[in-house]
Every structure is written in C-alpha cells, then in structure tokens.
Write a protein that binds this ligand. Structure first.
Ligand code: FO1
Length: 338
C-alpha cells in the first residue's frame, strides 16, 4: 500500500494535497496520505491558540475552506471580532471570523484540558474528515518572527514581530533582516512525524512558502535528517513560476534570506540529497525549462510540467507528475546509503 507524506504550509500546500487526494481516489484508493503541517504561523490571540496552516489544510481538505480567500470559512461574519476590537483588544487587521473562532475555542479548550496540539488536531479532524492524517510539525510552540529593518508604527527597527503581523498587517512590505523561529531549539518533531517520513514510499514538498512554511518544518531538529535518510524519494514542486511567486509574498521571504526568486534558485536552495540537501526530484513549470541543466548538474532530477493549479483537474495532473517523478526513485547515490 502506498504511503505518501507531504510537508505543507498553508494555501498552496493545502490545494496541492487536495489534488493529490483526488488523483489517488481514482488511481490508488488504498494509498494513505500524511500531511506534516507548519505551525510557525501559530499564535495566542484573544486568549485562543490560532493555527493558520493547520486550519487551512483541515478546512481545504475537509470542504470547509473559503475558496476565494484560501483561508478561513465561507459566509463568515465578524460580530465577535468587532466586539473584541470595540474593547481595544486583539489584532484589528487579522480577521477571526465567527465560524473560525469556534475552531480556535475548541482547540484552546482541548489544549487547556491537557491535550497536545497533535491530539487537538486529531479531534478537530474527526469533524472535518480531511481524508489524510494531519500532524503538526511539533507539539511545542515554534513561532516565526520577523526582525524589522526599520521602525514601523509602534515597533522599532531591530524588534521581532510575529510573522502574521508582518505578513497581514504589513503585507510583507516592511523590510526585515531575517526570520527567527522562536522556540525552535527546544522543539521536537511531533509524535509520528519522523516515522511518517522514514516509512513513506514518497515524500512531497508541495508549492508552499519555501522559507517560512517548508523551511520552518525542515528547521525542527530531526526533520531534515529524516528527509535525508528516508528510503523514499523526496520530490518538490516549485512555488515560483517564471520568476514570480505563485501566491502570497514568497519573494519577500526569499529576498530576506538572499535566495533569488526563481524555480532554479529555490530548487538549489533545497539542494540535492546527493549533496547535503533534501531533494531527489524537482518539478518546475514549462516556462522554467531553462533551469533543468543547472538542477541536473546539482544532482536534482528536474522535470518541466504545467505547474499552475487552476482547478481540480490541473491540480490532480500536477500531483500525478509528482508521483511519476517519485516513481523514478530516490537519487541513485542516495540509494547507496539506504
Ligand atoms: N490572511 C490575511 O491576509 N488576512 C487575515 O485577516 C487573515 C486572518 C486569518 C485568520 C485565521 C487563519 O487561519 C488564517 C488567516 N489569514 C489571514 C491567512 C494567514 O495569514 C495565512 O494563511 C498563513 O499564515 C500564511 O500561509
């Protein structure tokens, strides 16, 4: 039976995984999918634990996502958050809709009752039935913060602000000098995470933000090592097409860490498992076929395919390409260690 493990952030990773599940339903219905989800965007807000990427994956796979937004629930209202703002509390620029609040309330209730984030996630998924197992990358908090390069409103240059404030309040337009994963040094992979990577037949890095989503997951002690040692092929999907981020402001994140915004640069940033990287294969868009020689020279098996996830069929077709590339197996040099 095919076991596939996906390391995902928010919108791009969720949509790719939805396409993967649709493709597998037709071609390999006994396959199982585990999604290891970034928790670096999580925060305590209004006394509630908010987990943007876990919720985006859960809602997207469970049929409860606001499709246009890519996050949150459809037909939302903001009565509770308006009342919170009336008290002068909370983040007025970060919308917690009334329906979405119920998820944060139930999760916070479970956490306060002693559940781990993994257990709370499993509980929430009983309602949404995502069709995949969702694992937080870690059960201990690892929150991505951005270090401001200049003053911004009440913040001084040099100060760390939560990633979501940089991302949503400032739309990643305020220059930052780097990202800090607060809590990383004491974090461990959540139960089942390393095993899901080591026992997979295929590991996929979907087109999530390579810095603050996939990068954060890879930074959790033990996860990069698991990727480098698994017998499974590791295949990534470029989040950059023709020099532009497919969604979000991934280019602002890449600029911050000094990586060019190109399919080639991101593939080389992840690196080949024949070297000290994590990839065996890398899918780039047909417009980026010029990157194939450099990627091959770096030991990465790269293929140029249509990468735009326009709708269900194109997303399922992209998932099929990732499976096909994965079927070529782990990098020959790597197999020697296996
Ligand atoms: N993104 C926004 O651009 N504006 C928001 O007000 C906002 C609120 C929000 C609430 C809950 C949640 O789960 C996600 C939310 N997001 C919002 C999206 C979030 O910033 C991104 O999904 C991820 O953090 C980046 O992948």
């Amino acid at each position: 039976m095919t076991a596939i493990t996906v390391l995902a952030g928010g919108i791009g990773g969720a949509r790719f995984t939805r396409g993967l599940l649709r493709h597998l339903a037709d071609t390999d219905p006994d396959a199982t999918v585990t999604v290891i989800v970034n928790t670096g965007d999580d925060m305590w807000l209004d006394g509630l634990r908010v987990c943007p990427d876990l919720d985006t994956v859960m809602y997207t796979l469970g049929g409860g996502i606001n499709e246009e937004q890519g996050w949150g629930r459809p037909e939302e209202s903001r009565r509770a958050s308006a009342e919170i703002a009336a008290y002068g509390r909370g983040w007025s620029w970060f919308t917690l809709g009334d329906l979405d609040l119920a998820t944060h309330i139930v999760r916070s209730d479970l956490l306060r009752s002693g559940s781990t984030l993994s257990e709370a996630t499993e509980f929430l998924c009983r309602r949404w039935q995502p069709g995949a197992r969702l694992l937080p990358m870690s059960d201990t908090p690892v929150e991505t913060h951005a270090r401001l390069a200049i003053d911004a409103d009440e913040h001084r240059a040099g100060e760390l602000i939560h990633f979501e404030e940089w991302w949503v309040r400032y739309r990643a337009t305020v220059p930052v000098t780097g990202f800090v994963q607060v809590g990383l040094e004491s974090a461990a992979p959540a139960p089942g995470v390393v095993d899901a990577i080591l026992t997979a037949d295929l590991v996929i890095l979907p087109p999530s933000n390579p810095v603050v989503s996939v990068g954060t997951i890879l930074a959790v002690p033990g996860i990069r090592e698991a990727l480098r040692s698994t017998a499974a092929a590791v295949v990534g999907v470029s989040p950059i097409i023709a020099g532009a981020a497919v969604r979000g402001m991934a280019d602002a994140c890449l600029n911050t860490i000094g990586v060019q915004t190109s399919a080639e640069a991101v593939g080389l940033h992840y690196g080949s498992r024949a070297g000290n990287g994590v990839l065996d294969g890398w899918l780039v868009d047909e417009t980026d076929a010029g990157a194939l020689p450099a990627l091959a020279a770096a030991g990465i098996r790269a293929v140029a395919v249509p990468l735009w996830m326009r709708d269900a069929p194109t997303t399922a077709a992209l998932a099929a390409e990732a499976l096909a590339l994965g079927a070529l197996g782990a990098h020959p040099a790597h197999r020697a260690h296996a």
